[in-house]
Design a protein around this ligand. Structure first.
Ligand code: 0L1
Ligand code: MG
Length: 257
């Protein structure tokens, strides 16, 4: 079985590197479990680390009702971030490097003290060094952005890029901040950070539990993306994306072919 899972990791790695969609893994293996999917995700990341990418944190996915409805599932999932995924705030995103990228507004935490396992919201907050406005670029490696839950977990929970804006102190209240995402000056998504599990700190609590269950810990310096606060917007060359986060500031970038 592990050879089959390794072949899945190769397939997803090739799809990401060639920016070419691949069929869902569940089409050929309908019994694909979430546990096997997380094993494939780890193998996928091991390929990236072997090429010199560094781990820089984690992403939480499907943390808002809008996202769950958009992809038709009801569970929180997680993935891993590497330094190669980090994009320069205000810079250019090359659309051609992705299959069918989308952007969604998020809240980012940077961790100051190790955190793993069953923790309270207060304990999670104590482990935070700072918070920031963020944008995640998600890009499913599956055809038509369609997948079952194990497919998306194996595909690193669609993670493919992220932007982080100015860091603010841990004491900043991010529980219910207004968020407006504009495309070429026109609002396309309006929401609140409260859409992230009612309060983004709950996403960090879930991250500690789920990452801990996999034998890993959130470590000092790790970035944790708490999850999308609105539905995602599909990116097209020529777009200027600017997202305003109440209190925290703006994050922007330009899309080129
Ligand atoms: O970050 C997310 O919430 C995305 C998780 C995977 C589902 C998707 O690709 O939309
Ligand atoms: Mg996300």
């Amino acid at each position: 079985m592990s050879a089959a899972l390794a072949a899945f990791a190769d397939k997803l790695d090739d799809a990401a590197r060639n920016a070419t969609a691949t069929p869902q893994l569940t089409e050929t293996y309908p019994d694909f479990s979430a546990a096997e999917a997380y094993a494939v995700q780890l193998m996928l990341l091991q390929r990236r680390w072997a090429r010199g990418e560094r781990r820089v944190g984690y992403k939480m996915g499907l943390t808002s009702r809008a996202k769950m409805v958009q992809v038709g599932v009801s569970e929180v999932i997680w993935g891993r971030l590497t330094d190669a995924m980090r994009q320069d705030e205000g810079g250019v995103l090359k659309r051609g490097k992705f299959v069918h990228p989308r952007v969604e507004p998020e809240i980012a935490y940077i961790i100051g003290k190790p955190l793993a396992g069953e923790v309270s919201a207060a304990e999670a907050l104590q482990a935070v060094e700072a918070v920031a406005p963020a944008l995640e670029i998600i890009d499913s490696r599956y055809q038509n952005f369609k997948f079952a839950l194990p497919d998306v977990i194996a595909d690193n929970s669609s993670s493919s890029g992220f932007y982080v804006g100015p860091w603010a102190p841990r004491s900043t209240d991010v529980s219910n901040l207004g968020i407006v995402m504009e495309v070429n000056g026109r609002p396309v998504q309006i929401g609140s950070s409260a859409a992230i599990l009612g309060n983004p700190i709950r996403s960090l609590v879930s991250a500690a539990r789920l990452v801990g269950r996999a034998g890993e810990s959130l470590m000092p310096g790790d970035i944790v993306l708490a999850g999308g606060a609105t539905a995602a917007h599909a990116l097209t060359p020529g777009e200027h994306i600017q997202t305003h986060f109440q209190t925290l500031g703006r994050v922007s970038f330009n899309v080129e072919a």
